[in-house]
Design a protein around this ligand. Structure first.
Ligand code: NAD
Ligand code: LMR
Length: 332
């Protein structure tokens, strides 16, 4: 079984390597690359790679978005501006909110059944924006909309395995990361680290901070040239592959952590009622299936310290979510 995949923002820092990685997937039969600039060039380049998928590039002219999205099974969105040093992800809202809203209008019209994977920041708000547009158009399915938070999980494995003195074993390290995707809304549950690791409280708190602010490390190092692109492309391709594998019928008992509307499954509602405050959207452990979210698993036991982290995350997230919802409500 293979699928039509669309990358919206395909000529960007994430879009290009992400498209390259998706071109390597045998689960993809058609790869549509859309951007407001340079997409035909990126598509021509990638199309020379001798893997089975057909690659086409699209610009806004000649209804490019419509043609790119038509019959899509999965749409991955890294379109929008990245941070510069000194900015928060929320500072990107003014520009990226309308970009994501307009792309969502296209998805509602031309790919209403596609899995939609949102990378554009601020993810805490852009995912509600997509949901509200799809709701307005009567095509919202919470099982098919995902905020991509895989990079937080990838970073957690890397940083924790380094701190445990086993940097070459990072692939073995599984750390749940729940909540949202910015600063203190990112909540690593290090008490559930596998293989289990005992860190003293100060190392633990240092690790939590590093995972929460890993994005800032890259923004600072790139010194004005943008934020994480290559590690994000890796994480985005990993998550997109998991969604497609599940859609093709290959089941996995390993959860993926992704930011979803908690109505996607009964398990989400249980998590919502156990959280220390209101949160309609949350990154949670999800088992994927043919139709997207198949089951939301419980977050599991947390320490008192992690409960405090969850409290802070929930209170910040709520504002981010309402901001996205109000933006669509006030859009014509
Ligand atoms: P970039 O500027 O390199 O690329 C963005 C691309 O989007 C550009 O090619 C641009 O032309 C395109 N674009 C702009 N408006 C568009 C529109 N209306 N339709 C289609 N394409 C459009 O930026 P980047 O480094 O690739 O980052 C993209 C986004 O991803 C940023 O918002 C960034 O903050 C976010 N990001 C998220 C995560 C995450 O973990 N979710 C990680 C890294 C970056
Ligand atoms: C990240 O976590 O690297 C991204 O969200 C980009 C950023 O702004 O830090």
């Amino acid at each position: 079984m293979s699928f039509k995949a669309v990358v919206v923002g395909a000529a960007g820092g994430i879009g290009q390597p992400l498209s390259l990685l998706l071109k390597q997937s045998t689960l993809v039969k058609e790869l549509a690359l859309y951007d407001v600039v340079n997409a035909p060039g990126v598509a021509a380049d990638i199309s020379h790679i001798n893997t089975p998928s057909i690659v086409k590039g699209y610009l806004p002219k000649d209804d490019g978005l419509q043609h790119a999205l038509k019959d899509a099974d999965i749409v991955v969105i890294p379109a929008g501006v990245p941070r510069k040093p000194g900015m928060t992800r929320d500072d990107l809202f003014n520009i990226n909110a309308s970009i994501v809203r307009d792309i969502s209008v296209g998805i509602a019209a031309h790919a209403p059944k596609a899995f939609v994977l949102v990378i554009s920041n601020p993810v805490n708000s852009t995912v509600p924006i997509v949901a509200e547009v799809l709701k307005k158009k009567g095509v919202f399915d919470p099982k098919r909309l995902f905020g991509v938070t895989t990079l937080d999980v990838v970073r957690a494995s890397t940083f924790v395995s380094e701190a445990a003195g086993k940097p070459t074993e990072s692939l073995e390290y599984r750390i749940p990361v729940v909540g949202g995707h910015s600063g203190e809304t990112i909540v690593p549950i290090l008490s559930q680290t596998q293989p289990s690791s005992n860190f003293d409280q100060s190392t633990l708190e240092g690790l939590v901070k590093r995972i929460q602010f890993g994005g800032d490390e890259v923004v600072k190092a790139k010194d004005g040239a943008g934020s994480a692109t290559l590690s994000m492309a890796f994480a985005g391709a990993r998550f997109a592959t998991a969604v497609l594998e599940a859609a093709s019928g290959k089941s996995s008992q390993q959860p993926e952590y992704t930011y979803v509307h908690l109505s996607a499954d009964a398990g989400g509602k249980e998590i919502e009622s156990s959280l220390p405050g209101k949160a309609e959207y949350f990154s949670v452990p999800v088992l994927l299936g043919k139709n997207g979210v198949e089951k939301i698993l419980p977050i599991g036991n947390t320490t008192d310290y992690e409960k405090k982290l969850l409290e802070t995350a929930v209170s910040q997230l709520n504002g981010n979510i309402s901001k996205g919802v109000s933006f669509v409500e006030s859009s014509k």
